[in-house]
Ligand binder design. Structure first.
Ligand code: HEM
Length: 823
């Protein structure tokens, strides 16, 4: 390519110095001569994405150059030092964003990512920080992890009820995956989730996805606003998307929360934080809140698309999927429990895959705009210049990455001794590292006999997917966390395929992915794998109970002991010196069969412990502890209010489980089965019950093999619920109140709701939280957020729809002791 260099204009910088103003003139960065009207646009048009063009131009023009697009002055910076100079050293001069008509149509007045820097923007970033980047010891982090797992559970239920997957037919997983991500975000940020069948929700998710693509594209009328009338159809479409989304957020999220906001109580989620700021800060308006929620919930699209691209790579290279599956297996012994956020550090390959997707797809950094005249690398930059940060070049440079055009997660892994790794992670600011940290030794991972651990490289200075400086991505931790949970749990249970691999676009700078991927449930373990899994369990028992402590040789003689992970022969039943895993397994030799049988007989005598241990491993009990704690709190609160029982709409699940358990303990051998598991069975209509759960049920019911009719069991559970006075609120009945009876006047509506209250103690359904919130929400408006119901055992049950109301009421009660009058 040949371009003519020109020096455009001079920038005058005025610096106040010791009372006098110094005026100095700076040349602007060189660039090609612009054509009239179109400027240098023609140089970029032949590239699929502009950043490819910027990179190509940098070969001739150097790492910093000027461009003119239309009549808009632009500066392109193409290396790490220049990027740091613009975003770190001179960040205060480059905090603006382009003022494109398209952004206004998409995001209204004040979008978080596309507004100029201001004190309000600083405030909004501060408000978001604690929820977007929680420390991993904090309660927000735990909440994020729990919500991630809960939504994965819902996704699995949804996938299992999608027959195509079972039959191995092709299924476009994008809509389901995006809906799961949207629920992760809305659940975490606003404590509300939506049903997969909710048509409005489906539409909102689809429109968010459209907007996600739209914002990553450039458009002619961004730089040539006079052409906008020719794009009327496009503008109408994008306006339709954003209007629909805004209305949904206002009607389905904000209104309800505003009604129930408790300004004095603790802040449970991000919505609480911003609602509070509405009353506390003068410059925060209702619109600010709406746009913030819109921007944050919309972030889910980035997560969903990133996971889809990762799955695309897995479809192309199944080895990547298998490596991730291996990591999940080591963490959760044969898929017994969900992968949660606390597993992140132990699954470096999975995280490396996410990082590699970020590098490989190289999504563009939102352009910055100079808000004042400034100097970069000795060149003058006039106010209003758009600055393009070319991270595409950083991500694809063969000087910075080995074989950059190959998708290889291992480039983000390193082997270090424990000591080393700790110092690396403590280094904190990646910018403090020097270029010698450039990746040069991917293959070192394969070096043998190194007593070192594999870790994620967190300190690659030229890897800036989320940019740097004051406008870095606020959502990066949300992205890492939810993408990790999704990718790990999906690949734990499914293999990814595509009939047409060439249709999966994963090439650099192409974030778009028309997906033909489909998931196939992982095939049942082969006999050998089953045996190995069994062996591993036995070995855990052996280790835990210190069995055979006086005869370790007997075991090693009986069979070859190998590391299950790396297949290395082990001398003793110890951690593998190679990969530091305690996963030895027996490989039987014929000669040793007799001795092995002896050992097995001995181990059999501790079978109950084995069982217990396995149950420990499946992690259900932590849920149960939470439920028990929750129930204890409820009981205390009820006592304080002189009620028999107190229910918050979001505590219903806890209550249900507890009631089932106390009423008939024999149904659940231990308190390990949570409602979600019960619901899982009810909802899946017996077809796809996880084997361990099925066994647990049969065991607890002492059913023989012939009795294994799960339907009868489900019926029994339903009967039991009826017996103790819990009825399922038919979803249809609720729909009547909510959607169809729009014409009911207020009186009738209240009457109808009261009828429900009399008939149904509460909803026990997958739709429960949504149902519960709306249902009780309406009641609460009339009755000051409190209602009292007598169940058929004449116990007084109080139902509130807002947990904060509980503490407030208790306070009031303690103060005035006149609570009864309030009801
Ligand atoms: C693939 C995923 C993502 C990537 C690669 C990404 C990358 C970026 C980049 C490069 C910026 C611009 C930084 C700059 O201008 O210097 C940015 C800004 C931003 N991102 Fe992300 N992001 C992702 C996901 C998310 C998610 C999930 C959320 C929200 C929940 C989010 C929220 C934001 C916000 C609010 C800003 C604007 C910050 C500001 O201008 O002050 N991002 N992101």
């Amino acid at each position: 390519m040949y371009v003519h260099l020109t020096y455009i204009e001079i920038t005058t910088i005025v610096t106040p110095k010791s009372g006098m103003e110094m005026v100095k003139e700076y040349k602007q960065a060189p660039g090609p001569i612009p054509w009239p009207i179109i400027g240098n646009l023609s140089l970029l048009l032949r590239f699929e994405v502009p950043f490819e063009g910027f990179t190509e131009l940098s070969k001739e023009l150097g790492d910093i150059y000027s461009l003119t697009i239309g009549s808009v002055r632009c500066l392109v910076v193409n290396n790490l030092d220049l990027i740091k100079e613009v975003l770190n050293q001179n960040g205060k001069f480059f905090g603006g964003r382009p003022d494109f008509l398209r952004y206004h149509k998409l995001f209204g007045g004040d979008p978080l990512a596309l507004c100029d820097w201001s004190p309000l923007q600083q405030k909004r970033r501060n408000l978001a920080r604690i929820h977007c980047s929680p420390r991993n010891t904090s309660s927000h982090f735990k909440r994020m992890s729990d919500i991630g797992c809960l939504e994965i559970n819902e996704l699995m239920i949804k996938l299992k009820s999608t027959n195509e997957i079972i039959k191995g037919e092709e299924l476009d997983i994008k809509p389901i995956l995006q809906q799961t991500c949207a629920n992760m975000f809305s659940h975490y940020m606003c404590s509300i989730r939506f049903d997969y069948d909710d048509k409005d929700f489906q539409k909102v998710v689809e429109y968010f996805d459209e907007i996600f693509w739209e914002i990553n594209q450039s458009c002619v009328y961004d730089f040539f606003p006079l052409l906008a009338p020719f794009f009327r159809k496009h503008i109408t479409t994008i306006t339709k998307w954003s209007t629909f989304i805004r209305r949904f957020i206002l009607e389905r999220i904000i209104r309800d929360r505003e009604c129930n906001a408790d300004m004095e109580g603790a802040e449970n989620d991000f919505t609480d934080v911003i609602l509070k700021s509405l009353t506390e800060s003068e410059n925060v308006t209702r619109d600010t809140i709406l746009y913030m929620l819109e921007d944050f919930i919309g972030g889910h699209s980035a997560v969903g698309n990133l996971v889809l691209i990762a799955l695309g790579h897995v479809a192309k290279n199944p080895f990547i999927g298998e490596r991730i599956k291996q990591e999940t297996d080591q963490i959760s012994i044969s898929a017994h429990r969900k992968i949660n956020l606390y597993d992140m550090d132990k699954m470096p390959y999975t995280m490396a895959t996410i990082f590699e997707v970020l590098r490989y797809s190289s999504s563009p950094i939102v352009p910055h705009v100079a808000t004042e005249d400034a100097i970069v690398s000795g060149y003058g930059v006039t106010k209003g210049t758009i600055v393009f940060i070319n991270n595409f070049k950083l991500n694809t440079s063969s000087q910075l990455w080995k074989s950059p055009d190959i998708f290889n997660p291992e480039r983000f892994l390193e082997q270090t001794s424990d000591k080393e790794s700790k110092t690396n992670f403590n280094r904190g600011n990646p910018d403090s590292l020097n270029q010698s940290d450039m990746e040069t030794e991917e293959n070192s991972l394969n070096k043998k006999n190194m007593n070192k651990n594999i870790h994620l490289k967190t300190n690659i200075p030229h890897f800036l997917p989320f940019s740097i400086g004051r406008r870095t991505c606020i959502g990066q931790n949300l992205l890492r966390s939810f993408a990790f949970i999704l990718l790990a749990n999906i690949l734990q249970h499914y293999q990814v395929h595509s009939k047409d691999l060439s249709a999966i676009k994963t090439k650099p700078a192409c974030v778009a992915l028309p997906l033909l991927n489909y998931l196939r449930e992982r095939e049942r373990e082969s006999k050998k794998e089953r045996e190995s899994a069994y062996n591993r369990k036995i070995l855990r028992v052996i280790k835990k109970f210190d069995l055979f402590k006086d005869q370790p040789r007997k075991i090693t003689m009986a069979c070859f002991v190998k590391c299950f992970n790396c297949k290395r022969s082990l001398k003793t039943l110890s951690e593998c010196p190679n990969c530091q895993q305690f996963l030895p397994y027996f490989e039987e030799s014929q000669k040793s069969e007799i001795i092995l049988n002896e050992i097995k007989a001995e181990v059999k005598s501790c079978e109950s412990e084995i069982e217990e241990l396995c149950q420990d491993l499946n992690g259900i009990e932590s849920d149960c502890m939470l439920l028990q704690e929750g129930y204890a709190i409820l009981q205390n609160e009820a006592k304080a209010l002189q009620m028999d029982l107190l229910i918050c709409s979001n505590d219903l699940e806890a209550l249900e489980v507890k009631q089932l358990q106390t009423k008939n303990d024999s149904l659940f051998e231990s308190q390990r089965v949570t409602t979600s598991k019960v619901n899982q069975i009810l909802n899946s209509k017996l077809n796809y019950v996880p084997r361990e759960l099925e066994n647990q049920f049969f065991k607890s019911k002492k059913l023989s093999n012939e009795d294994k009719n799960l339907q009868s069991l489900v019926n029994q559970i339903d009967d039991l619920k009826l017996e103790i006075g819990i009825k399922r609120l038919p979803v249809n009945a609720l729909k009547t109140t909510k959607h169809q009876d729009k014409n009911l006047n207020k009186m009738n509506r209240s009457k109808k709701i009261n009828e429900f209250a009399d008939n149904y103690l509460y909803a026990c359904d997958k739709k429960k939280s949504e149902v519960g919130d709306n249902y009780f929400g309406n009641v609460s408006e009339r009755k000051k957020q409190v209602m009292e119901i007598r169940d058929k055992n004449s116990k007084t049950v109080m139902i509130l729809n807002n947990r904060k109301r509980v503490s407030k009421l208790i306070q009031e009660k303690t103060k005035t002791n006149a609570f009864d009058n309030n009801i």
